[in-house]
Design a protein around this ligand. Structure first.
Ligand code: HEM
Length: 501
């Protein structure tokens, strides 16, 4: 599994989206296989992942799951309200380090488990395309040879094609409004579902084999568009027979959908699978306050029956202030939070958040920190120190100041603290901003900060603030950058609400 070397905004954020419910639509909207548009949210999420991936060309190594679908929505092959609807579901989910392509891939995993299917490992690191890919999504009126060639180009054999289509068509169905030549006028429903059950299971296979299927791509009156029939029967039903066992259906579909979401351009390298982290440092803030440096930090631990105490330790950046064992502070608050469905499928039900608020000596500052976790059961306390490397604070010159930052009706007024600049520092924020319903693609903007007239210099720091023209309301994440006395600094600001943290 992927190792979390703090700070790592990519793994940090993905872990939150996958394993903390209510952090992101990704882990919540598709729960319970909830219905929408006469089919399910999950069906819409799974279909878009396939269509986005279907631009892959194994021969040239181009295309794949890269969110190019956002530029391809006007094509007939991508017709359907679910496509735009899904991108709208996810408008709030990307950040600077996590693109829409990773979000679509997480969505596919959530769709499958939300409807009772298998848990699929998630690897991160997809890169969003900046333009449309080729028009290579298979369509129902094409012949079998074209479909075999489409799937070959996407990286799947003819047998895998049969399985992947059966897996995908376990969910949802075909809309009359979008496909009037397939779901014809005489059909009583607006959506003709592929199977008689809503969940992610092999009903679509069983009903095909026993002849009771209502799948309109198998038995619809329009023979030209019976693509599922041509595909399913292309090896005399051998693959469909194999999928008739629920276990092999789950196994094969889990593996193939995993390969589907991991189909990316050859220039992209994905991380190892991201499992729930045993120990995760989160919500760290360092800023000058009342004669010292306030240091807020949280250690998230997978909950167990143990009655733990956790202590934060740190060492000075310059000079001597702390005892040899390090300065220390106990947690002031412990919160519990239920884990997401995906986490529970991996045996993790609850997280505990040990929160710290330490006052750091201003003159000697802080260079690194670590934690001691005591299970209070006689065992040796565990040291949590970023795999032996410590949690290193790389600089204290440019800091994000959450307490001087304020939320107004117009959005966030961000404040950065710069340590003792000899000359005026050039401070700016690189802000990732939400796409819109019309253009569901994330963007970014760089904003120069101004000397903060409402916060005079204090504790050896000078404050800079975002101008009122700052695009606050659409912000997804920020990195602050500054040039201070000729040196460049940056600080990653995780998505937080403005005041007081
Ligand atoms: C030859 C290949 C395929 C063809 C011709 C095809 C065709 C179609 C058509 C015409 C629809 C109806 C869409 C709508 O009305 O909104 C549909 C729905 C769907 N397809 Fe496919 N499909 C293919 C492969 C796949 C694959 C490989 C997957 C995923 C692994 C997939 C997943 C879905 C899902 C989940 C839906 C339901 C969407 C909803 O209810 O909103 N399809 N497909």
């Amino acid at each position: 599994a992927a190792v979390f070397n703090w700070p790592d905004p990519l793994i940090d954020n993905i872990d939150d989206q996958l394993y903390r419910p209510f952090f992101s639509p990704v882990s919540t909207f598709a729960l319970g296989c909830g219905q929408r548009d006469n089919t399910s949210i999950a069906a819409e999420w799974l279909r878009i992942a396939y269509h986005d991936m279907a631009t892959h060309d194994i021969d040239s190594g181009t295309g794949g799951l890269d969110a190019s679908i956002a530029y391809e929505l006007d094509r007939p092959q991508n017709i359907g309200v679910g496509m735009r609807g899904t991108l709208e579901d996810f408008l709030v989910s990307p950040i600077e380090h996590v693109g829409m392509a990773d979000v679509l891939a997480m969505g596919a995993i959530s769709a499958v488990i939300g409807c009772g299917g298998p848990a699929i490992p998630f690897r991160a690191g997809r890169i969003d395309a900046t333009e449309a890919g080729p028009e290579t999504v298979p369509e129902p009126q094409q012949d079998l040879a074209s479909h075999i060639e489409s799937f070959r180009r996407q990286g799947f054999s003819a047998t895998e094609m049969i399985s992947l289509v059966a897996c995908g068509h376990s969910l949802g169905g075909v809309r009359k409004a979008d496909f009037p030549l397939i779901v014809t006028e005489d059909e009583p429903t607006d959506v003709k579902t592929f199977a008689s059950t809503v969940g992610f299971d092999n009903t679509v296979v069983k009903e095909y084999l026993d002849g009771s299927t209502q799948n309109v791509l198998v038995m619809g009156s329009n023979v030209t568009t019976r693509s599922d029939l041509r595909i399913f029967s292309s090896d005399n039903n051998a693959t469909m027979q194999n999928l008739a066992s629920p276990d092999s259906f789950n196994q094969i579909c889990g593996d193939l959908i995993e390969r589907m979401i991991n189909t990316v351009p050859s220039t992209v390298t994905l991380t190892e699978p991201i499992e729930p982290l045993d120990f995760k440092v989160t919500d760290t803030f360092l800023f000058p306050q009342g004669g010292s440096l306030a240091f807020l930090a949280t250690l998230r631990i997978i909950d167990s029956a143990l009655n733990r105490t956790v202590t934060l330790f740190w060492k000075e950046r310059t000079g001597k202030f702390c005892p040899d064992a390090g300065c220390s502070s106990g947690s002031f608050q412990v919160d519990s939070e239920a884990a997401s469905l995906l986490a529970t499928l991996k045996g993790v039900n609850t997280f505990k958040f040990y929160r710290f608020n330490a006052a750091i000596d201003l003159a000697t500052s802080i260079s690194h920190f670590w934690f001691e976790v005591n299970n209070n059961d006689g065992s040796t306390p565990l040291i949590v120190d970023n795999q032996g490397k410590n949690f290193v604070i790389d600089q204290d010159v440019l800091l994000f100041d959450p307490r001087r930052t304020s939320a107004t009706i117009g959005g966030l007024i961000m404040v950065a603290a710069v340590k003792n600049p000899f000359s005026t520092a050039a401070v700016s924020a690189f802000t990732t901003i939400k796409g819109t319903t019309a253009v569901p693609v994330i963007g970014s903007v760089t904003t120069n900060f101004e000397l903060d007239s409402s916060h005079p210099p204090a504790d050896g720091y000078t404050f800079y603030t975002s101008p009122t023209s700052f695009l606050h309301l659409n912000r997804l994440s920020d990195t602050l950058h500054a040039t201070v006395d000729g040196e460049a600094y940056s600080v990653w600001v995780p998505t937080v609400v403005g005041t007081g943290v």
